[in-house]
Design a protein around this ligand. Structure first.
Ligand code: NAD
Length: 353
């Protein structure tokens, strides 16, 4: 069979250097020739932001951040950026903080320098998300892709171990889902497999030595690769399921991804033989399912949706919503019953079959 695919690389600078965030950010801001920078960082990240923003022309510090970017939060931030004549944004934080920067960029075109402090990966995608009430809307727009990303693994040392594990598994989910997402291709599969390899080394090292930079670096490198793969491949079944669960039932983002992933992998792996082998190799395991299970045990990963506020009675309505968005590219066809079974197992945290 001849090889045939389409692939798009996103134009973005990436600077990866531990303990150098302040210097790297100053250089990236200079490259943009920015004079009035809005620094977005939540209160918990204030100290990190103070350090990072030390050498840039900061005109506004902004701390009003909320998960999933409620539209009114975005509107307030847009007004603040405009009234302060901002010409660039530096975001310091996880996916929620990057998300707010993207919401401003969406309407203003302001360039973003993103400094991630979790493994969520939003910084490497052109996807924005906004919520109005309980409805989350997402879209793709190259205007929201950060111009530069500054990765500094030392910024993750303050991220508590359980959140590091959940966030790292969120990154791993980008890799696994990239194997069968709608725009999956041989290029993003390479990024995804290397992402799995790095996260499989990094996350147990973070658990064993949370204050060490080595594990954080592996995990962050893996998270970047995962985000590049995901940005290119798009949302597969796993992301569609988590999007419904997060949006409709307000479940926490990283933990939901961490819990649901093994069930989607177990469902799809038998029908994706080459990708299964590639993932098993990356995990250095007999099978991909076994590799992921071993990683989850070693990192004491979150196991059951019922621990995060999802009710068993919500399974039928969730399955109905998910059935409408199952990607055509999924390696197995899925019925409502399949999804209900998957959600029931994820709800109770039973062994993935
Ligand atoms: P988050 O940004 O909400 O952060 C979770 C918590 O961790 C917060 O309380 C935050 O203050 C804290 N935190 C972050 N970094 C820390 C650090 N270094 N030390 C201590 N505490 C720290 O969570 P998230 O999982 O990073 O992001 C989730 C959001 O990102 C969701 O809204 C999701 O939809 C979005 N997202 C978007 C994309 C995309 O491509 N657009 C990709 C991934 C995630």
């Amino acid at each position: 069979m001849s090889m045939r695919f389409e692939h798009e690389n996103f134009p973005q600078r990436v600077v990866f250097a531990s303990n150098e965030a302040a210097r790297s950010v100053a250089t990236e801001v200079r490259r943009l020739e920015a004079q009035r920078v809005m620094v977005i960082a939540g209160k918990p990240e204030r100290e990190l932001a103070d350090h990072i923003a030390a050498d840039i022309p900061e005109a506004l510090r902004y701390e009003d951040i909320a998960m999933h970017v409620p539209i009114e939060v975005a509107e307030r931030a847009r007004v603040a950026a405009e009234s302060h004549n901002i010409d660039a944004i530096v975001s310091v934080g996880g996916g929620s903080t990057t998300g707010l920067a993207k919401a401003i960029a969406l309407t203003s075109g302001l360039p973003i320098v993103a400094v991630p402090t979790t493994y969520a990966g939003s910084e490497a995608t052109n996807v924005w998300g906004l919520t109005q009430g309980a409805k989350k809307t997402t879209g793709a727009d190259m205007g929201v892709l950060p111009k530069s990303v500054v990765y500094d693994a030392s910024l993750m040392i303050s991220l508590p171990v359980p959140l590091s594990v959940a966030s790292g598994l969120n990154a791993l989910a980008h890799c696994v889902d990239s194997m069968w997402a709608p725009r999956s291709n041989p290029i993003n599969r390479v990024f995804a497999a290397e992402g799995i390899r790095a996260l499989n080394i990094g996350l147990p090292t973070v658990v064993a030595d949370p204050r060490g930079v080595e594990g954080r670096e592996f995990a962050l490198y893996g998270a970047y690769l995962s985000a590049v793969a995901f940005a290119s491949a798009g949302s597969g079944l796993h992301h569609k399921i988590c999007h419904v669960l997060g949006g409709k039932y307000d479940l926490p983002h990283a933990q939901t991804h961490a819990i649901v992933l093994p069930y989607v992998l177990a469902l799809n792996a038998p029908a994706a033989v080459d990708d299964e082998r590639r993932m098993a190799d990356a995990f250095v395991a007999e099978s991909a399912v076994e590799g992921l299970e071993r990683l989850r045990s070693r990192t004491d990963a979150p196991r059951a949706l019922r621990d995060y506020g999802f009710e068993r009675e919500q399974i039928p309505s969730a399955a109905e919503a998910i059935l409408l968005v199952v990607p055509e590219s999924n390696p197995v066809s899925v019925s409502k019953q399949d999804i209900e079974r998957l959600l029931d197992a994820a709800w109770s945290g039973t062994e993935p079959q």
